[in-house]
Design a protein around this ligand. Structure first.
Ligand code: GLU
Length: 415
């Protein structure tokens, strides 16, 4: 399956950018390591009365440009190495889209699909209590990621606030609207993905009307990406989730698939579609491929069989460096996750600003600001790619790593 760990991939990408940027060896060395990694054991009273111990962590990569920022993921395969890679990608992502944050990520090794709501709440609150001294509105601001959602963020906010003795909505983003969440945050990652795909399509002279789209993953990012792409006239020809996928060349209705998944637990077995594997989904004939699941999906082994014209990474790290090369040779335009999926953290930033200023913006205002930020970031990366005669991944990394390195140089090293 995997050719390399996510951390090996992230370090390889950093090496490529560092070389292109002629980065000082010392700065490169500093950026290769996270500033702080916290590992915790989370004791949870399960519904049957037993106490289970879960392993969790929070990795804070670098904060030269502002407080740490990044999601928390609940997944059975979470490892410290993986979370470290994800934290590093957050640092570059915030710099690429130019918001004043550093990068972090948290993870708990657990299987949320097999846990009750009560167990998840106790896990979240206990985990938050273990992170208390390390997170906060000016320190490190968590958000949702794989298998965590607005409700998880509500529990984090409540636990944090109970300890402080007053309400601190700005300690976390991706919250429900009723407690200070932002309009548009839930769809923001997917919105950004579709904006990037649209800008790429413009460059390639590809019309979005009836452009065919395949989406891997039907969680928050995948489902909303399918929905938004469908709403602007694209034809969704294949989708998948962790169980498997479905293919329908005539085009499918993402809203109906969402309903079907809510009822049956998966997108598979939908009338009029053929069931396919996740591997087959990636190789589907389509104009735009949106991997929106996990890392390490498009690899040296299958990249040669990708048929899309544009790959827009909704997930973090779905493509390995070997696959990058193969896609480049095939002249497939890849929009890297640190650009393509940066709409999520950008809307998180808008939420944080609203909380700090005690304001609530309209959906229109949030979406307009998101559009401006995403188009600017896309153009910045594209311009760098032209200047450097590089692919979009290398350009985005050069931009992100370059901005972080500049901030670190300016701050100097204490003491
Ligand atoms: N988990 C999301 C990401 O990977 C969002 C992070 C955030 O909003 O802080 O970008």
């Amino acid at each position: 399956m995997s050719e390399k760990t996510a951390l090996a991939v992230a370090c390889e990408q950093l090496r490529i950018a560092a070389e292109k940027l002629n980065l000082q060896t010392e700065l490169h060395e500093m950026l290769r390591h996270p500033k702080r990694s916290l590992v915790v054991s989370i004791m949870v009273r399960m519904d049957d009365g037993r106490i289970d111990v879960f392993r969790g962590c929070r990795v804070q990569h670098w904060d030269a440009r502002g407080p740490f920022k990044g999601g928390i993921r609940y997944h059975p395969n979470v490892t410290l190495d993986e979370v470290t890679a994800l934290a590093m990608w957050m640092t570059w992502k915030c710099a690429v889209v130019d918001i004043p944050y550093g990068g972090a990520k948290g993870g708990v090794c657990c299987n949320p699909k097999e846990m009750s709501r009560g167990e998840l709440e106790r896990l979240t609150r206990r985990y938050t209590s273990l992170l208390l001294d390390f997170i906060g509105p000016y320190r490190d601001v968590p958000a949702p990621d794989v298998y965590t959602d607005a409700q998880t963020m509500a529990w984090i906010m409540d636990t944090y606030s109970q300890f402080k003795g007053y309400s601190v909505p700005e300690c976390v983003t991706g919250k429900p609207l009723s407690i200070g969440g932002s309009e548009g945050r839930e769809e923001a990652t997917s919105h950004g993905v579709v904006i990037c795909a649209r800008e790429a399509a413009k460059l390639l002279g590809l019309k979005l009307k009836n452009a065919t789209v395949a989406v891997q993953g039907y969680g928050n990012v995948g489902w909303n990406a399918a929905k938004i792409a469908h709403d602007i006239g694209c034809k969704i020809v294949a989708v998948s989730d962790s169980v498997g996928g479905i293919h329908c060349p005539k085009g499918l209705n993402p809203y109906k698939i969402y309903e079907h998944k809510s009822k049956t637990g998966s997108v598979i077995n939908y009338k009029g579609c053929i069931n396919i594997t996740n591997e087959e989904l990636l190789k589907t004939r389509c104009d735009i491929l949106i991997p929106a699941a996990l890392e390490n999906q498009i690899t040296g082994t299958n990249a040669g069989e990708i048929k899309a014209k544009i790959v827009a990474e909704g997930a973090n790290g779905p493509t390995t460096p070997e696959a990058d090369k193969a896609l480049q040779e095939k002249k497939i335009m890849l929009i890297p996750g640190i650009l393509a999926n940066s709409g999520g953290v950008t809307a998180s930033y808008f939420e944080w600003v609203q909380n700090l200023t005690r304001e609530h913006w309209t959906l229109e205002k949030v979406n307009n600001k998101l559009e401006t930020k995403m188009v600017k970031a896309f153009n910045d990366v594209y311009k760098t790619a032209k200047q450097e005669e590089s692919d979009m991944r290398t350009a985005a990394l050069m931009l992100g790593v370059g901005r972080v390195a500049e901030a670190m140089k300016t701050l100097g090293l204490w003491p």
